[in-house]
Design a protein around this ligand. Structure first.
Ligand code: AMP
Ligand code: ZN
Length: 466
């Protein structure tokens, strides 16, 4: 089955292949580093990671750029409140973002680029737009004149003809002649950081950074541009206007948008105060894998309602899969293979892949895996499962984990190493052999305190991390 994505630009599910060199040129809108990101933000960033993995699994190479917005109103306000430069202030939250991304096992884009490292290129692009007659200046700020770009609205499928000046559709507080016009460059304000790169003293508007950095690293036409659904309008619409007015070429072939993480019917957001950071959830004892699983389990174009119950179900699901894997690796099955089991493994793998090809239907992909786990567990209980079937079942799990990546427990920094666990288990077995049961029990207890659970089976000792 070909890989298909729903394209916001055409409102159709389309077959995807990159335009050249088997390489996907992809741009995703990154974080504004003014505070810790919440798990709503991380739903979107997890979607980017899944997208990377789905594309890689198809054999495509990736050239992926993500921006870090490190100059913006909230950043300036917060940095000033902390008596820090915006560089110092954003460093803290950029580092936190990277740590959280690593904890969630999010693949790093090939280029992570900061807005403040590209101010000169932005000023040049604005100059280019000015020479094409697409801008005007007012009180030292420069605006994009939307009336020069007749296709405005083609991504959000909005008809803007009825909107008149004064009907505010953008959040900008600067003066402009048409309500839709947006700031490319904001005039310097007293006490705020500013740059003077040819557009007059000031700082860039938010939208220009993405168009400029995408074109700089990936060329004039991207294969995929992605972001959260709230960015469709005005941010992505503005990115298209800037880029296409400048180059005369289509800015991106595919536009993918992920839906929100919700809390009781409302978007999780800083302003509503209904949010959790990853750090909040780790402090409550939830592992990064639980959060990752929960965020990945609902297809990206469906809203996901966040509950602690949902997080607990994610933990249970992971536990089930880990136990299943342990059983496959440690139980002794009769030799040979069972055709029926082999056929089931092939069916599960095909259903898993087909679901992902279908606009990344992760819920359906999961359903295929769990059906397989249930059926094969039953077959094991009935003695119908052979050692070659275990190898095929492990392949199914590996396929699942190459996308979901939750089977390996995160190692806490004070965790005991595998080799030490094995050594203690060997010592416990020796103690038991020499009938020193007290010593054997003490070792079991010590391991338990270090979050290692032992299980004595007829095939020997199995262990796992709690
Ligand atoms: P920001 O750091 O505010 O620029 O947002 C970073 C990303 O998080 C953007 O792509 C937003 O679309 C996304 N985002 C913000 N809130 C949510 C939410 N509740 N659910 C999913 N994505 C979100
Ligand atoms: Zn952007």
């Amino acid at each position: 089955m070909p890989l298909r994505f729903f394209n916001t630009l055409t409102l159709a599910t389309e077959e995807f292949t990159p335009q050249r060199d088997n390489t996907v040129r992809m741009y995703t809108c990154g974080p504004t580093v003014y505070d810790f990101a919440h798990i709503g933000n991380f739903r979107t960033f997890t979607f980017y990671d899944l997208l990377r993995r789905v594309l890689k699994r198809r054999g495509f190479k990736l050239d992926h750029v993500m921006n870090i917005t490190d100059v913006e109103d909230k950043i300036i306000r917060n940095a000033m409140a902390h008596s820090q430069s915006i560089g110092e202030y954003t460093e803290t939250y950029t580092r936190a973002f990277l740590e959280d991304s690593d904890a969630l096992r999010l693949g790093r884009p090939e280029h992570m680029v900061r807005a403040t490292d590209h101010i000169k290129e932005m000023a040049e692009a604005i100059d280019g737009l000015t020479s094409k007659g697409c801008t005007y200046e007012k009180d030292g700020s420069i605006y994009f004149r939307i009336s020069t770009f007749p296709e405005y609205g083609k991504l959000s499928h909005n008809d803007f003809t009825g909107i008149r000046a004064g009907a505010r559709v953008d959040v900008d507080t600067y003066d402009k002649t048409d309500a839709r016009d947006f700031a490319l460059w904001k005039a310097a304000k007293e006490g705020e950081p500013s740059w003077d790169e040819g557009a007059g003293p000031g700082r860039p508007g938010w939208h220009i950074e993405c168009s400029v950095m995408a074109i700089k690293y990936l060329g004039e036409t991207l294969d995929i541009h992605a972001g959260g659904v709230d960015l469709t309008f005005p941010h992505h619409e503005n990115e298209i206007a800037q880029a296409e007015a400048l180059t005369g070429k289509p800015f991106s072939r595919f536009w993918l948008h992920s839906e929100f993480l919700m809390v009781e019917g409302q978007k999780m957001s800083k302003s509503l105060g209904n949010y959790y950071t990853l750090r909040d959830l780790f402090a409550q004892g939830y592992s990064p894998e639980c959060v990752r699983y929960l965020l990945a389990s609902v297809p990206y174009r469906k809203a996901l309602n966040f509950t602690i119950e949902g997080l607990k179900s994610a933990a249970t699901a992971i536990e089930r899969l880990r136990n299943y894997k342990l059983r496959l690796e440690t139980a002794k099955f009769p030799s040979g293979s069972n055709d029926e089991m082999q056929a089931r493994a092939a069916r599960a793998s095909a259903a898993f892949e087909d679901s992902l090809d279908d606009d990344m239907n992760t819920a359906q992909a999961l359903a295929a895996v769990f059906e397989f786990v249930r059926d094969t567990n039953t077959a094991m209980d009935a003695g119908e499962f052979r050692d070659a079937d275990a190898a095929s079942a492990l392949d199914v799990l590996e396929r699942f984990d190459s996308l979901f990546d939750v089977l390996r427990p995160s190692i806490k920094s004070d965790a005991i190493a595998d080799a030490e666990v094995e050594a203690l288990i060997a010592e416990r077995t020796r103690a038991k052999k020499s009938r020193d049961f007290q010593r054997a029990d003490r070792i079991r207890q010590e391991l338990l305190e270090r979050e290692i659970v032992l299980e004595d089976t007829k095939d020997g000792v199995r262990w796992k991390r709690k």
